[in-house]
Design a protein around this ligand. Structure first.
Ligand code: FE2
Length: 399
């Protein structure tokens, strides 16, 4: 065989291999490949979020936690309302369940009809239907928020940097039955160069450990601002106010979740002209000014901030900007504590030490589980390494 012929056969083989790889079979049915996980719990509802293996119409069926079998009756159905009158055909499903009783446990299952082809009006071809397991496993359980809390227990994970297996070990060591919620405090990935990183490098593992039950607050760190797929972070988030910063009230415990942006100036070579932090932080600071004036914040007994980059005026640009935009506002609010990340080591910034904050800022290290217990008198923090050893602790009085 001459050289030309060999080359021709090689090209044909490559083309054929490409064709067979591209001709993927339609799955027999839709099923969840990430989640479900619960976001934005309130006293009357919660949002269930999950990702499916194919485009599908998804819904949630709800049952009381009354000991009856899930198939005891036709359970009420809640749909993904983002279609404004159309069913949402998507791989990401967000279903709000509302109109419930405070402090009450409910069971739910997620349901799907996979869409094989949406040919045109009235011509939709479906695959077999699917629902999450209610036989060998119990249905998922969620408890709505109570009106009052004496104590709030939560765990914080940050700077995991897509080390999914370490996150798994850390979360397996948590005391899940105690938890009111879990917060991911940023840099869960190192970049969003491709969107599947969100699912495959932390969120599916996180969701599995939260068992479709423990609410998740997922914040961005600076690394979630990097890469061509940064906008897809929003696909996986149910944001209470439509923005990646928000507040949450657990009775008189008030939480402010901040989006702290990037760590270097916008024109840094690393960002390639894609950042717009200054006007964004100004907008967020204006929102924060309204938050601290709100009755919910003013009437709270305990106020805790959670945000990735800590304030420090003499440090990097990002830390300086966080101090400039947020600290003067927060200093008026009676904040007891800011739980931060980003530094990859534990640090206790007492008031006035490295920033003008009149409250302590505690920086949790990378790849550690931070267990937080807040009462109306004090807040206790304990950090644990993946081998289960306690590495640090901190206590402060509530203001
Ligand atoms: Fe960071």
């Amino acid at each position: 065989m001459n050289h030309k012929m060999k080359r021709f056969i090689l090209i044909i083989s490559i083309l054929l291999a490409g064709l067979s790889a591209g001709a993927q079979e339609t799955p027999r049915r839709a099923y969840a490949i990430c989640g479900p996980y619960v976001q934005n719990p309130t006293t009357t509802g919660f949002t269930v979020v999950w990702e499916s293996n194919m485009h599908a119409i998804g819904w949630v069926e709800l049952a009381p936690d009354d000991g009856t079998h899930f198939y005891n009756s036709d359970r009420p159905k809640y749909y993904d309302m983002r279609g404004f009158g159309n069913q949402v055909i998507s791989t990401i499903h967000k279903v709000r369940v509302d109109g419930l009783q405070p402090g009450t446990t409910y069971r739910y299952r997620i349901m799907m009809k996979g869409v094989k082809e949406f040919k045109g009006p009235g011509e939709v071809e479906y695959v077999l239907g699917w629902g999450s397991n209610v036989y060998s496993k119990n249905p998922f359980k969620v408890t709505t928020l109570k009106k009052d809390y004496d104590k709030v227990r939560f765990d914080v994970y940050n700077d995991i940097h897509q080390q999914d297996s370490i996150l798994n070990v850390l979360m397996q060591g948590s005391k899940k039955e105690e938890l009111d919620f879990v917060a991911f405090n940023g840099d869960m990935v190192s970049s969003l160069a491709w969107k599947e990183k969100i699912r495959d490098m932390y969120l599916a593992t996180g969701a599995k450990n939260l068992e479709g039950s423990i609410p998740l607050y997922n914040l961005r760190g600076n690394h979630e601002f990097r890469g061509v797929d940064t906008k897809h972070w929003f696909d996986y988030a149910d944001l209470p106010e439509g923005k990646p910063y928000w507040t949450a009230s657990y009775g008189k415990f008030f939480f402010i979740f901040l989006d702290t942006c990037e760590d270097k100036p916008d024109n840094d070579i690393e960002y390639g002209g894609t950042m717009l932090s200054e006007p964004y932080l100004k907008e967020e600071a204006a929102w924060l000014s309204k938050v601290v004036e709100s009755d919910e914040c003013k009437n709270a007994d305990v106020r805790i901030v959670i945000g990735h980059i800590y304030p420090e005026s003499a440090s990097w640009y990002g830390n300086r900007k966080i101090e400039e935009h947020f600290v003067p506002v927060l200093n008026k609010a009676g904040i007891s504590l800011w739980i931060a990340a980003h530094l990859h080591q534990w640090r206790e910034d007492e008031p006035g030490k490295v920033s003008g904050a009149n409250f302590p800022v505690i920086v949790n290290s990378t790849c550690e589980r931070l267990e937080v217990t807040a009462t109306k008198k004090d807040i206790s923090l304990k950090a644990f390494s993946p081998d289960g050893k306690q590495t640090h602790s901190y206590n402060c009085k509530v203001k």
